[in-house]
Design a protein around this ligand. Structure first.
Ligand SMILES: Nc1ncnc2c1ncn2[C@@H]1O[C@H](COP(=O)(O)OP(=O)(O)OP(=O)(O)O)[C@@H](O)[C@H]1O
Length: 242
């Protein structure tokens, strides 16, 4: 079966710093995979290359067997990759519905105006914001902002969703709701690559994990096994003691 996503020997350098060093992994449709590692290990840089915000210096990135490595972000989005950001990117002067509309207007098959209204409601409903389209985005709580950002990502009807610390900063009740929401996306067939530091969430969500340290993959496998891997424990303890 063709992998949904395949990275082969992908490298990114910033001057003399090798932020991602020969990273290889594959994902199949329907998986939730965790991309883990201590601060600065290269996780966000990897997401940035998969989504086209950064150009790799070497290696290959394929989506459904076709090369997307080095394509601009909008073309990769049109091929089916959507993402959220560590710092939520909302348009606070607009309503919740207008924020989602902006995403619908820039997707591969754009819709806008009246035609977009049912889709906006459907997207907001799918992230727990039903009936909130007319509310100003500026008034949303943190978790609701995150929900809105997710609705914007889902507006593209992606094959692959990249979540960059989407659960960070949530209180325990919100975290449970956030985990359930991500699981509901998986139940609808979404494939998700998740960068996350909240280990309870990683255990609850990820079928498999890939762990990076200083740009390289140091472990990969089922979540429980990977989190017990001595090199992974060392990398995280080293980070905590740094
Ligand atoms: N645009 C950039 N220019 C220069 N160096 C960068 C740039 N982006 C990232 N880096 C460096 O690359 C390395 C990897 O950073 P990256 O943000 O990918 O790590 P991360 O694993 O996502 O960290 P965190 O968990 O803290 O978000 C770090 O040393 C970082 O300082």
């Amino acid at each position: 079966m063709t992998a949904l996503l395949e990275l082969r020997d992908v490298t990114k350098r910033f001057g003399g710093l090798v932020a991602v060093n020969g990273l290889s992994f594959t994902m199949t449709s329907g998986e939730i995979v965790g991309l883990l590692g201590p601060n600065g290990s290269g996780k966000t840089t990897a997401l940035n290359m998969i989504s086209g915000l950064l150009q790799p210096n070497g290696g290959a990135i394929d989506l459904l067997g076709e090369s997307v490595g080095g394509l601009p972000a909008n073309r990769i989005a049109h091929r089916g990759v959507a993402r959220t950001f560590q710092l939520v990117r909302a348009l606070p002067s607009l309503t919740v519905g207008e924020n989602v509309l902006a995403a619908l207007a820039f997707r591969r098959h754009p819709i806008w105006g009246e035609a977009a209204k049912p889709k906006i409601e459907e997207l907001l409903g799918s992230v727990g914001l039903a009936g909130r389209a007319d509310q100003p985005a500026a008034g949303l709580t943190y978790i609701d902002l995150k929900r809105m950002e997710l609705a914007r990502a889902l507006a593209a009807e992606p094959l692959l969703l990249l979540l960059d610390e989407w659960l960070a900063g949530l209180n325990p009740t919100e975290l449970r709701a956030g985990i359930d929401l991500i699981l509901s996306l998986r139940d609808r067939g979404m494939t998700i690559l998740l960068v996350e530091h909240v280990m309870d969430a990683v255990r609850a969500l990820c079928d498999r994990c890939i762990v990076m340290n200083t740009g390289s993959r140091i472990a990969e496998g089922p979540t429980d096994e990977v989190l017990r891997h001595p090199e992974v424990v060392r990398a995280y303890l080293g980070d905590l003691h740094a």
